[in-house]
Design a protein. Structure first.
Length: 166
């Protein structure tokens, strides 16, 4: 599985509901995710099942742990998206609040960008960033992505950042 200097990633399993709930119950983490509110247990279970299915296909979100202390840092990966009737692959990343400001968002995003472009040989990757999420905009830009356009997605104004290899 994928690793960085400080992080190790692993697939989700059915035993990881508590880890997902730890992240999705925090209003600060969820402010710019989906509807902008903490998830219900049912939403977390539905998402966990989707993540497990994606992981079985070699894509989707993976848990990220600190290599030194095995502490949960967040999750990230390559998320299948359909944007304006086009199949896209999104570099997505979350960081648990206790780990904000330590560079883990960019570290995760860079690892998945390199994996998607180089290992999977996917010619284009995107990041979808809700209006006002300044931290994620900075991560996308530092990760070599450029603002392409703004779209409406699930009733929210979302910026599409992208990177292509030609």
């Amino acid at each position: 599985m994928l690793e960085t200097e400080r992080l190790i990633f692993r697939s989700y399993s059915s035993d990881d509901l508590h880890l997902l709930l730890e992240m999705t119950s925090n209003p600060d983490i969820m402010k710019f995710i989906r509807h902008g509110n903490p998830w219900t247990k049912e939403e977390a279970i539905e998402s966990l099942n989707r993540y497990i299915g994606w992981n079985n296909e070699g894509i989707g979100l993976y848990l990220a742990f600190n290599k030194q202390n095995s502490k949960l840092v967040g999750h990230s990966g390559l998320i299948p998206q359909i944007i304006e009737d086009i199949n896209e692959l999104e570099v997505g990343y979350w960081v648990v609040k206790d780990e904000w400001g330590k560079g883990y968002g960019l570290e995760q995003a860079k690892a998945w960008k390199e994996y998607g472009l180089m290992d999977l040989e996917h010619p284009r990757l995107i990041s979808l960033i809700q209006n006002g999420n300044i931290g994620s905009i900075k991560v996308a830009e530092k990760n070599g992505m450029k603002h392409e356009k703004d779209i409406e997605l699930l009733g929210k104004r979302v910026a599409v950042y992208s990177i292509c290899i030609t």
